[in-house]
Design a protein around this ligand. Structure first.
Ligand code: SF4
Ligand code: SF4
Length: 222
């Protein structure tokens, strides 16, 4: 999933201060799972904003709405019946959702209420960790299902480096060394020989190195 965290309230207040009527829009997908921008968080932020402005003598009108998926034009269209009643939109979706709303409603200011952070997975209740950087040429098939791009601090394709100590990364004793994890997993699977194969230099053009990316499926594209 894409993970996010709500921005500090003061930053959000600064965005909406010039306006009287705000459309506050959440998303039912990733930001709901990571408790950053779903229906519940929309309600909490709405109350916090109205309280903060009331204390300053201003009656901020906040219309709340949560879309099924804010990065999908089909659902973003739902806002068309509400958009004229708002001076600005405050989005609690990831950056993809914010941009989709801004693209559809060009004459309306759109502000982010969360900081989009990374693609990750839930480790345990309330803890999410980075797992993938979308490199466009997945290596998991040769690294035992553990990503050295997202989980090795140096993005080494052949590790570990000399800083790996007792299975931990040199950046912090709280961070597992990705290459220790890769070795442990390959060994457990009886695939130690994979570890001995040198992974060649990666072609980063499939990642961000090649500029903004697009997937075009000719069989689906209209
Ligand atoms: S190798 Fe690339 S695509 Fe695969 S998990 Fe890592 S960053 Fe993501
Ligand atoms: S200690 Fe391990 S995870 Fe940290 S940079 Fe070195 S190889 Fe990567």
């Amino acid at each position: 999933m894409i993970t996010a965290e709500r921005k500090p309230l003061e930053e959000i207040i600064a965005y909406v201060r010039p306006f009287d009527r705000i459309l506050l829009v959440g998303c039912n997908e990733c930001v709901t799972v990571c408790a950053a921008g779903g229906r519940k968080e929309v309600g909490i932020l709405s109350s916090a904003l109205q309280m903060a402005f009331l204390k300053q003598g201003k009656n901020l009108q906040v219309k709340e709405h949560t879309l099924e998926r804010q990065c999908d034009p089909e659902y973003v269209e739902e806002l068309s019946s509400m958009i004229d009643g708002a001076d600005a939109v405050l989005s609690m979706a990831c950056g993809c959702g914010v941009q989709e709303v801004a693209r559809r409603y060009r004459d309306k200011p759109v502000f982010p209420a969360v900081n989009t952070t990374f693609m990750g997975a839930s480790e345990r209740q309330g803890v999410w960790a980075e797992r993938c950087q979308g490199c466009g040429d997945c290596l998991l098939g040769i690294t035992g299902g553990i990503c050295p791009i997202a989980r090795c601090s140096k993005q080494l394709l052949n590790g570990p480096c000399g800083g790996s100590t007792h299975g931990k990364c040199e950046i912090s004793p709280d961070v597992d060394c990705a290459w220790q994890l890769i070795w442990d997993r390959l060994k457990a699977l009886g695939l130690e020989n994979r570890y001995e194969e040198i992974i060649p230099a990666k072609d980063w053009r499939t990642g961000r190195g090649g500029g903004p990316r697009k997937i075009i499926r000719e069989d689906l594209a209209e």
